[in-house]
Design a protein around this ligand. Structure first.
Ligand SMILES: [Fe+2]
Ligand SMILES: [Fe+2]
Length: 151
């Protein structure tokens, strides 16, 4: 553990840099944004079980990531993260799936970077798991996008 005021140098006791903390804030906000985005999609696909199940799977994972990342942030900084989710605007479900697909790719890239930056085994495991989840989500959204196209 370290105190944020005294040891926010290049690295702290956990081998985590200031840059890593900044990326963690970005990750937390990305997860919060995805939770709101997918919750909105879920309200629109109640009659479509395939769409509902796939989006719900991603939604549940994002909630898990949000909890894991927030806990990690509190452990590393001793503070609660300031969460600022963005509203994702879309005109059609097809557009929503396309946006979600690219968001998932961005998240994979970010978590891959954070995995490589982290030295601590437990922190690495969190980002390894999250990266794999996002990889799976991107495939689910790609499937839904093409499925929507054929309707
Ligand atoms: Fe996620
Ligand atoms: Fe995801």
């Amino acid at each position: 553990m370290f105190s944020p005021s005294s040891s926010f140098g290049s690295t702290n006791d956990n081998g985590v840099s200031r840059k890593f903390i900044d990326l963690l804030v970005e990750a937390i906000n990305g997860e919060a944004t995805a939770i709101g985005f997918y919750a909105e999609i879920l309200t629109q696909v109640h009659g479509d079980q395939v769409a509902y199940d796939n989006v719900k799977h991603a939604y549940d994972d994002e909630r898990k990531h949000f909890r894991q990342f927030s806990r990690l942030y509190m452990k590393l900084t001793g503070q609660e993260p300031r969460v600022r989710p963005k509203r994702v605007a879309y005109g059609s479900l097809r557009e929503a799936y396309r946006l979600a697909f690219f968001d998932e790719l961005e998240a994979q890239e970010l978590y891959n970077k954070m995995y490589l930056m982290a030295k601590d085994r437990k922190i690495r495991d969190i980002f390894y798991g999250a990266r794999n989840d996002e990889s799976e989500h991107s495939q689910r959204f790609q499937y839904l996008y093409h499925r929507e196209e054929r309707k």
